[in-house]
Each structure stands twice: as structure tokens, then as C-alpha cells.
Design a protein around this ligand. Structure first.
Ligand SMILES: [Ca+2]
Ligand SMILES: [Ca+2]
Ligand SMILES: [Ca+2]
Length: 148
């Protein structure tokens, strides 16, 4: 009975992770980050919106609520969902300033936003539909090249 309960809990954990992961699956780490960040749906993502969305993702990933995102938050889930581990690695690579494998909120708040900066080609701290499309094309091209 005990193992069954544990299994149920694991499944629940996976389901929680699966929802955002599924939303990201189409274009992992690419333009969907902007779609998610566009909280007022006007097609333009401001730096603030992007930052807020990243912070929400942090909250979601800090599953044990200790104020930092690390492998501790995922534990055995990484075995079942390698893409969750990929997302974790991406986030750490982007923002873990002291490279200790644990991303604190302070680190996140001061982390650069290379994805945003690359997309914001005219540097007005807003990524509009056109810039988003261009960024997407660039990502798609890179991906196509990588496949060759
Ligand atoms: Ca944590
Ligand atoms: Ca750190
Ligand atoms: Ca812009």
C-alpha cells in the first residue's frame, strides 16, 4: 500500500511538471517564452513582462520552496522527465552566477536576459511581433543547421 501511495504522489508531481513542459514542447526555449511572457496579450513583450514570467517560472521550479532552484527540487522526476532536467540546466546556465548548481532568487533578479536582448534588435526594451518573428526565424535556422 505504501508503494502505491508513493507512486500516486510521484504521478501527481509529474502531472504538475507536465503542464508547463507540454506548453513548451513545441518550441523549447524559443519564441514560446515570449508568448508566455506576454501577460496582457498585446503581442509586445516588455522587459518587465519577460522578467515577471521568468520569476514565475522560478517559483514553479522551486518545488521544495527553499528559495533556490536546483536538482534537489526535482530528484527522481529527472529520471522520468529528462526534458525537465534540460529546462533546469538551461535555467542554471543562464542565471547561476556562482555556478554552484543552485539558483537563488537574488541570482535570478540580477541575471542577464540573453534571449530577450537578442530578440530586441532595436534595443527599446520591448520585443514586438516583428522582432519575435525574426527571433523565431533565427532560432529555426540555427536548429536546422544543427540538424545537418
Ligand atoms: Ca528549491
Ligand atoms: Ca548559485
Ligand atoms: Ca524592440
Amino acid at each position: 500500500m505504501k508503494t502505491l501511495t508513493f507512486f500516486a504522489i510521484s504521478l501527481a508531481g509529474i502531472a504538475i511538471l507536465a503542464a508547463p513542459a507540454a506548453a513548451q514542447l513545441g518550441r523549447r526555449g524559443g519564441s514560446d517564452r515570449f508568448a508566455q511572457a506576454d501577460s496582457n496579450g498585446d503581442g509586445v513583450v516588455t522587459r518587465e513582462e519577460f522578467k515577471t514570467s521568468r520569476s514565475a517560472r522560478f517559483k514553479q521550479m522551486d518545488r521544495n520552496g527553499d528559495g533556490a532552484v536546483s536538482r534537489d527540487d526535482f530528484g527522481r522526476i529527472l529520471k522520468f522527465r529528462p526534458e525537465a532536467g534540460q529546462r533546469l540546466d538551461d535555467m542554471l546556465a543562464e542565471a547561476d552566477a556562482n555556478h554552484d548548481g543552485s539558483l537563488t532568487r537574488a541570482e535570478l533578479d540580477h541575471a542577464p536576459m540573453p534571449l530577450f536582448d537578442r530578440a530586441d534588435t532595436n534595443g527599446d526594451s520591448r520585443v514586438d511581433a516583428q522582432e519575435r518573428a525574426a527571433a523565431k526565424e533565427l532560432t529555426d535556422n540555427l536548429r536546422a543547421k544543427a540538424k545537418r
